[in-house]
Design a protein around this ligand. Structure first.
Ligand SMILES: *[C@@H]1O[C@H](CO)[C@@H](O)[C@H](O)[C@H]1NC(C)=O
Ligand SMILES: *[C@@H]1O[C@H](CO)[C@@H](O)[C@H](O)[C@H]1NC(C)=O
Ligand SMILES: *[C@@H]1O[C@H](CO)[C@@H](O)[C@H](O)[C@H]1NC(C)=O
Length: 454
């Protein structure tokens, strides 16, 4: 009864606000990008206020009557996988971006593309790119002379949806062969990121395969209010630097129900990223989910509000990792790793505040990127190495607020795994195996760290 009363009260309040003051509602909604149980407050309100809108968003935001369709084939694309279709994409994009509400259709064929930027801002209120076929990257490096770091990019396009069940194929073999990580004699050069979403707010990316990235597969940069789901990101295990999903300076992003198996990080989360939720992600092969690296070359960097919930890692070099360089500053804070399965993972749980990924050894330095408030909860499975849990933290700035709750990590094939712990302030809850032999115990009365953070 009480619940019903409360709900009706909320409904009445919302209809009142919706009917009489739309501006007020949108200002409340715009200012409240908080995530409750995986639904942003904004989505939650929208669904209640406007059932038609929520149905529409289930259908991908396109009601056939009002959206205008632009088919790349009508703009001269061949889709034979051999002809360069870049000019046709340029034309169809110009048209779609100038229309009020548009759907750009890519048919079930193979479109060969040189580097291309879908530039905004657009005149459209909403724009959907419906990829049913495959976009295949040119693998002639000279096509990338102008900007060697991007293949496809959406720049400053708002209310964009990219979906359709098709594929984005970076055709990366030539870049992998020419990588200094494969051939030590070659100079180290950047390769293009397959798909970049730059300065895109209110963005949806769903139901796509992204494969064989030249380097990073999918990058979110300087964006906010982003929903990602149903992705299948794949590249060979030995392809160098082929991160699956890279998030940089992006806020309020939910990544769910996706599979990532590549040669590098499954998801990497770097400077300026805030409020990220990753749920039901399957990783492997690759390097696992990584926060950082942060603090390279003495930089001041921040990442906060990261939740990874319900992930599976299989045969990866790391499970959940936080890595920072010595000499940096800033922090990685308020991080939760929950309900995670590990299968034969080399470093299932790792914090490395002494990260060093360069030829010459890194010098010992005093300053460090702080790491605090990290919850590891319900993490089970097997480790490929003896050390299943490693906290390699800084002497001057120990890791703090580390909470380990219900952890059970064994050696793959049976036997007890170990923990290696340096300069870590932590507390235990429930059953935790393995345990650190040396650590700084943190007082964890319920009401302290527990209630404010967990
Ligand atoms: C993902 O894509 C790869 C190759 O592109 C394919 O072999 C695999 O079956 C796909 N997995 C899923 C879960 O769709
Ligand atoms: C576990 O991983 C190790 C190292 O990555 C590998 O050598 C071994 O074959 C794997 N074992 C199983 C059972 O998959
Ligand atoms: C911690 O990191 C330092 C620097 O990379 C390394 O030399 C050391 O072996 C690591 N400690 C452990 C216990 O792994």
């Amino acid at each position: 009864m009480a619940l019903q009363r409360n709900l009706s009260f909320i409904m009445i309040m919302i209809s009142f606000v919706a009917c009489y003051n739309e501006d007020l509602l949108s200002s409340i909604v715009e200012d409240s990008p908080y995530i409750y149980d995986g639904v942003t407050f904004k989505d939650f309100i929208k669904q209640i206020v406007d059932p038609a809108l929520s149905l529409e968003s289930k259908l991908g935001g396109l009601s056939p009557t009002s959206a205008k369709t632009f088919n790349v084939d009508d703009y001269g694309a061949q889709g034979d996988g051999k002809t360069d279709d870049t000019q046709a994409f340029k034309k169809v994009w110009e048209a779609a971006c100038s229309s009020k509400k548009s759907v750009l259709v890519v048919a079930e064929k193979n479109y060969l593309l040189k580097p291309f930027t879908f530039s905004g801002p657009c005149k459209s209120n909403t724009i959907t790119v419906q990829i049913s076929g495959s976009l295949v990257a040119s693998d002639n490096p000279s096509d990338y002379n102008q900007d060697p770091t991007h293949w496809l990019m959406f720049d400053s396009v708002q209310k964009l949806t990219v979906k359709g069940g098709g594929a984005i194929d970076g055709n990366g073999n030539i870049w992998w062969q020419n990588s200094c990580k494969k051939n030590k004699k070659l100079p180290c050069k950047n390769a293009p990121t397959a798909l970049t979403l730059y300065k895109c707010n209110n963005l949806v990316v769903e139901d796509l395969t992204i494969k064989n990235g030249q380097q990073i597969h999918l990058q979110f940069q300087d964006s906010s209010n982003v929903r990602v789901s149903g992705l299948n990101v794949t590249a060979p295990e030995d392809s160098p630097n082929t991160d699956g999903i890279h998030v940089t300076n992006t806020e309020n992003i939910r990544i769910s129900s996706s599979f990532v198996g590549t040669g590098d990080d499954c998801i990497s989360i770097v400077d300026g990223s805030k409020n990220l939720q990753a749920t039901d992600i399957t990783c492997g092969p690759g390097h696992g989910i990584s926060i950082g690296s942060l603090g390279e070359d003495g930089s001041k960097q921040f990442v906060s509000g990261i939740t990874v919930k319900g992930a599976k890692f299989s045969g990866t070099t790391n499970g959940v990792r936080i890595k920072t360089w010595q000499g940096g500053s800033g922090s990685a804070s308020n991080i939760k790793f929950q309900n995670i399965q590990m299968k034969n993972v080399s470093n299932p749980i790792i914090i490395d505040q002494n990260y060093c990924d360069q030829e010459s050894p890194c010098q010992e330095q005093k300053s460090a990127v702080e790491i605090r408030n990290v919850l590891y909860q319900n993490i089970k499975g097997t480790s490929a190495s003896d050390v299943a849990m490693e906290f390699n933290c800084s002497k001057n700035s120990p890791c703090q607020g580390i909470v380990l709750q219900n952890i059970d990590l064994q050696l793959e094939g049976g036997g007890e795994a170990k923990a290696s712990c340096n300069n870590v302030k932590l507390s235990y809850k429930g059953n935790v195996k393995p345990r650190c032999s040396k650590y700084i115990e943190e007082v964890n009365e319920d009401g302290g760290f527990g209630s404010t953070y967990i």
